[in-house]
Design a protein around this ligand. Sequence first.
Ligand SMILES: NC(=O)C1=CN([C@@H]2O[C@H](COP(=O)(O)OP(=O)(O)OC[C@H]3O[C@@H](n4cnc5c(N)ncnc54)[C@H](O)[C@@H]3O)[C@@H](O)[C@H]2O)C=CC1
Ligand SMILES: O=C(O)CCC(=O)C(=O)O
Length: 434
Amino acid sequence: MNALAATNRNFRQAARILGLDSKLEKSLLIPFREIKVECTIPKDDGTLVSYIGFRVQHDNSRGPMKGGIRYHPEVVDLLLPSGFAGAKMNTHSYSEDVDPDEVNALAQLMTWKTAVADIPYGGAKGGIGCTPKELSISELERLTRVFTQKIHDLIGVNTDVPAPDMGTNAQTMAWILDEYSKFHGYSPAVVTGKPTDLGGSLGREAATGRGVVYATEALLAEHGKSIKGLTFAIQGFGNVGSWAARLFHEKGGKVVAVSDITGAVRNPNGIDIQALLQHKDKTGKLADFDGADAMDSNDLLSHECDVLVPCALGGVLNRENAGDVRAKFIIEAANHPTDPDADEILSKMGVVILPDIYANAGGVTVSYFEWVQNIQGFMWDEDKVNNELKRYMTKAFHNIKGMCQLQDCNLRMGAFTLGVNRVARATLLRGWEA
Ligand SMILES: NC(=O)C1=CN([C@@H]2O[C@H](COP(=O)(O)OP(=O)(O)OC[C@H]3O[C@@H](n4cnc5c(N)ncnc54)[C@H](O)[C@@H]3O)[C@@H](O)[C@H]2O)C=CC1
Ligand SMILES: O=C(O)CCC(=O)C(=O)O
């Protein structure tokens, strides 16, 4: 099932549980605005190449829209609005084999996520269909600047505030900040996840992974367990996966398997994550690491472990492979890693799933702290950021559990009903229901 069908299904189930009026349900589902822009840049060899960029702004009833910018070849499949599938520009633009229904899923998830975290934002997501590893730094900079020129009048401190996601980082945010500021004056709060030298928050880089760990602690405590001594398998070793792995390891968890796009490694006695990070920094890959054996990355999701943590792409757990999962807990650090068919299979197997709109909300929560610091012109120290993050994650977990008890539902529906209810209330209070 594609990302949007899956997200809509979860939303509709939540709307049914909450008894939402059908007009309100429809209005909450339809995105506020979809932006598609063409970005043409000269490559380093002088040839011109065009890319397609998107920003989908889903909802702003609770505050400025918020969400990451993803640079990935499949971003187009995820964000392409219907009607654009026929217009193919060149090999770097998008595939014609696109399901228009994919549009908006990631932006919609941001709306429910910011509401679950109870931060005063709506939801948005964007990206460019490109393969960042195939571009030089100067090509990436040109591409980011052209993208910003095309969308600068539709984003803003109180309108829509981008942040990093797959394939982008603090440097990408610095370029957006600089380009946006040429049009609007110096505006550090227009993006979050930027370098600390430009007003980025201490702790933002680690925040999604750290939030994943706080969320896992809250869940395990409910089951009378703790991270220490449990085994973890982690898919993806980028920003989120590597920070989650590092912090699980620091707290006494045994990370027994890790994969990324380059391959996978395993060690039943636990991988030394600091050593693996150094190896990856030096060689650019996980393979040939002395402290672990190579394994087939296709086996990562079915690896023997207590806790499975998908930290890469969406839709990785589906009806074909869900039955092979051996973990007791799944922590959705990636966005929409589990499709509804897999959800059903896993729940029958007794696997407990901590849903993405809560589990990975640590990133956007610290983005909110960064935005607040920029607006106040006052920097917090890292302990304050991490303590506040823990407070927000723990409170959100208890709010979700409250909904689960009230509605007699699982954690995913607990999170969806919590988020959708908050957005619906704000929408009605603002008088937008008609
Ligand atoms: N960066 C952030 O603050 C947040 C990210 N997320 C989500 O977390 C996930 C990961 O994001 P980041 O870590 O920021 O991206 P990243 O670009 O830093 O890392 C992505 C990782 O996934 C790996 N990967 C890609 N394809 C793979 C495959 N087929 N099998 C195994 N590994 C594969 C890459 O090699 C890389 O290690 C995404 O779903 C993103 O939307 C969610 C909330 C916030
Ligand atoms: O930090 C942010 O604003 C957005 C993070 C994001 O894209 C996500 O939570 O999926």
